[in-house]
Ligand binder design. Structure first.
Ligand SMILES: NC(=O)CC[C@H](N)C(=O)O
Length: 366
């Protein structure tokens, strides 16, 4: 049963306080606040390792009404630090559902708060920008919460990918497949691996800090650089490995954090966005084909547009139609490309799955 009458408090780093009701685990949690505008796919979002360290606002007015099941997972556990909503539902209806969202959050030790005016809160974050927050349903003292919040480190400069990465190698796909892909796991979503393996590749997933020498032992036909949490600029170890991988001149495909790392490996700086892009309906133009794709997005950092546009060995392949931010790049002198958004969707549209096909074709041709 939900803690429907238990009060809870949300305090923002800029001092704003919102009062609501407890949901999920009774307790206190902190992290960088962010919002996702998607109407569905909350379980995939909760378990996306890219959200590690973040307290998530789901904009949709009702969240949880189709329950939880065992398949809709992008990793084995919930990765968000906390959940904020208007109506977080403990009652649910779906033939595939096995439990309520309330029980799922409790089982994953996730503190939530509902009955929040999420329209006002998101409008505030869109105006003031990303910041830290604290949610509590057991310390109902604003001054104590503000003192605790002041100790929370900013997301800028945080290396979190190695925290969520696998601690040992594992494989998937057909071991006799003609193509082999070495994945650097910085918080990879399960469906990315599925999208690679189901296209006839044998995939070996490596921990974040695996050196090129070990990656080469798999004798891969291509390298996949994964999505993941934290600040890309706080990952010099990954940038150095990617620079060495680039010298192999084998196909490279990067998604989200992988896109940011590919940019950094080519001397292009990243920057912290005002409030990020997180949702399922972001329009992106494929400059090569001229087509518009509706994309799934989840990022709070970006690559510096001016640096990309003036780089003599990089071509912009995709651009965001809302704010003209860089959404895709490719190198001119070797088979390496990346996108800022999530072509594997889960959740979201399937418009961009062709990118996985392009990666497979690139390896076949190389
Ligand atoms: N989904 C991701 O890979 C996120 C990349 C990076 N942590 C960001 O927030 O921009």
């Amino acid at each position: 049963m939900p803690n429907s009458n238990q009060p809870a408090i949300l305090v923002l780093q800029d001092g704003h306080v919102f009062y609501g009701k407890a949901f999920g685990k009774i307790g206190t949690t902190t992290g960088e606040i962010c919002f996702n505008t998607g109407m569905t796919g909350y379980q995939e979002v909760f378990t996306d390792p890219s959200y590690y360290g973040q307290v998530l606002i789901m904009n949709n007015v009702h969240v949880g009404n189709y329950g939880i099941n065992a398949e809709d997972l992008e990793s084995e556990t919930v990765k968000i630090r906390g959940l904020i909503g208007r109506n977080l539902e403990d009652k649910y209806s779906r033939y595939k559902a096995t439990d309520s969202m309330d029980n799922y959050l409790k089982a994953n030790n996730i503190v939530g708060i509902e009955d929040i005016d999420t329209r006002a809160l998101v409008a505030h974050i869109r105006t003031k920008g990303a910041m830290n927050c604290i949610i509590s349903s057991d310390i109902l003292d604003v001054d104590k919460l503000k003192a605790q919040l002041a100790e929370v480190p900013d997301m800028d400069g945080l290396e979190l990918a190695s925290v969520v990465s696998t601690d040992k190698e594992y494989e998937l796909g057909d071991p006799s497949a003609p193509l082999k892909i070495a994945v650097l796991d910085f918080g990879v979503k399960k469906n990315i691996l599925t999208c690679l393996a189901e296209r006839g590749a044998h995939v070996r997933v490596h921990p974040a800090k695996t050196p090129l020498s070990r990656l080469k032992e798999f004798n891969p036909d291509g390298y996949f650089i994964s999505n993941g949490p934290g600040d890309p600029a706080a990952m010099p170890y990954a940038v150095e490995t990617l620079k060495e991988i680039l010298e192999e001149k084998k196909p490279i495909f990067g998604i989200c954090l992988g896109h940011q790392l590919l940019a950094l490996a080519n001397g292009i700086p990243t920057f912290k966005m005002h409030h990020g892009h997180r949702g399922l309906n972001h329009p992106v133009k494929n400059i090569i084909s001229g087509r518009c794709e509706i994309t799934t997005q989840n990022h709070g950092f970006g690559v510096l547009p001016e640096a990309v546009k003036h780089h003599d060995n990089i071509e912009v392949t995709h651009v965001n139609l809302n704010d003209e931010s860089i959404e895709g790049i490719r190198l001119k002198d070797r088979p390496a490309f990346s996108v800022q958004y999530h072509p594997e969707s889960t959740p979201g549209p399937f418009d961009s799955r062709y990118l996985f096909d392009e990666f497979i074709e690139m390896m076949k041709a190389n």
